[in-house]
Design a protein around this ligand. Sequence first.
Ligand code: ATP
Length: 262
Amino acid sequence: MGKMLSVMSISIDSLAFKNVSVAVGEQVILKELTLTLDAGKIYTILGPSGTGKSTLLRVVAGLQNIAAGEIELAGQPYKASHHLIGLVPQNYGLLPWQTAWQAVTMAVKISQKKKRLSSDDLAEIDRLFSAMEISELKQAYPNQMSGGQQQRVSITRAFAIKGDFLLMDEPFSSLDAFTREKAQSLFRETWQRDPKTTLFITHDIEEALLLGQKIILMTGQPGQILTVVDNPLGCEGELVERREHPDFYLAVQTLRRELASR
Ligand SMILES: Nc1ncnc2c1ncn2[C@@H]1O[C@H](COP(=O)(O)OP(=O)(O)OP(=O)(O)O)[C@@H](O)[C@H]1O
């Protein structure tokens, strides 16, 4: 089905993986992956541990070379270094010597090639800190923060740089249920303001259905795309409405069965 979708997809800005394989030393991690990511859509990725989900994100981020195949953006060879990319890695990717505020403002300065940020830039960063409820942590260093707090700083940074791609590796995994729901809403609002092609890895089937317009199921070692599912809930509506959608639990069960059968 992954292949079929890629043929049907006609978006000119789509990012197309054609028979892409990734290896580390002798070990093949992703095998002949064919997948088309349409511009501006949110793709959630589900799959068992070790199927290469993080590796796929690292490839798009330009942190991992491919061993075979091609990646094209709008029909041209894709070069990650030509793009601004918002990345929330599993380990949060914060530097021990930067405060939360420095981490985010520095990333925005680099991404905008500016020495000084405008008052509008600073106000927008401030808004994100406030929305993620980390305003009181502006001067805190990573070793002074909990895992969930570091994760929120990492998410804030990824949102703040307004990159061409947003790559999120289990971004809400360390958050308590309440904070997680807020972060999910903020993610959706941020995307609605400025829809970016997003790859979002989660182990939570409900989260995949709440947030993704399409859901990529990965399987196997080496990893392959099992299928790309159009979200049966569509992509409209507030998160609360989506959770209460009559088909929500049916869709969760269907995906759970699909993953369990592998
Ligand atoms: N740099 C590396 N060196 C050696 N092996 C690696 C490297 N990066 C990834 N792997 C291996 O590749 C496989 C896929 O790893 P990856 O982290 O992409 O999987 P994942 O689906 O994201 O897993 P998880 O859900 O546990 O985060 C694993 O078997 C891992 O051990």
